[in-house]
Design a protein around this ligand. Sequence first.
Ligand SMILES: [Fe+2]
Length: 296
Amino acid sequence: MAYTVPDLNYAYDALEPHISEATMRVHHDKHHQAYVDKANAALAGTEWEDVKPIELLTRLEELPEAIRDTVRNNAGGYYNHNIFFRSMSPEGGGEPDGKLKNALRDTFRTFAIFKETMEAAAMSTFGSGWAWLVHDGSRVLIVTTTNQDNPISDGLTPLLGVDVWEHAYYLDYENRRAEYVQAWFEVIDWEVVAKRFAAAPVPDVSYILERTVSISGTMIPFGDITLEGARTQSAELGALAGWGPMAKVGSIARAWGELAKNLEGRGADTVSDLDAAMVKKAAVDLWVIPPERGMI
Ligand SMILES: [Fe+2]
């Protein structure tokens, strides 16, 4: 099944003044189309013809050498541009909220630091390439790729990417890449990015959530622990801290306090509403699972 260039969800001039109609027309209709045409030509008649681009990009080393680089560049170009054009909207800009906001805060502390880091990554890419916000299974981070490589080839889930090939900005900004990246931030569709974040694969922590722990003498699943439960544990164990026979009790009490803080900060009803990475860390700190399993 041959690739086709998806239509834009908005008019060619809809992103002005940040990105011009002329740039959008040449970028979408010429460059994106060229990647599609070359990918189709390379894959036609091969056993890889019907393999989805995401799968191709994660199995590049299995491709015949004769078409590997062409597929890497052009199936990559196709996939990257699909992400790029769908991540922009005339109603875009601003900042994300909800779980994506929390994830950005966990890694970068503030949205302003995230934005600065993304801009620095975009500026640091020598020649043609991309800067990406990705999910690695437990947190978000920023990476860059050259040419049309995609982070998915390194096992990362792309959430948002800025195209820093000159064809993306030269008509509007000439060599002023930094200005273009600033303008691109004004059209980011954070709702689309949040959906990708929600769908990003995370480790299965169901076995941790099912483990039972004692809260005030009652055994309940770790996943069902509430803010009140965590606070109670923190207070009860905190009162025992320093008592000789219970050497670890102080650090366990602090870990319950940390869990309570996370539940409160995330507005989570129970531990099962927390991110997988947070569940895992709390479970290790509280000895709900042994440290070696938590490190997997
Ligand atoms: Fe591009």
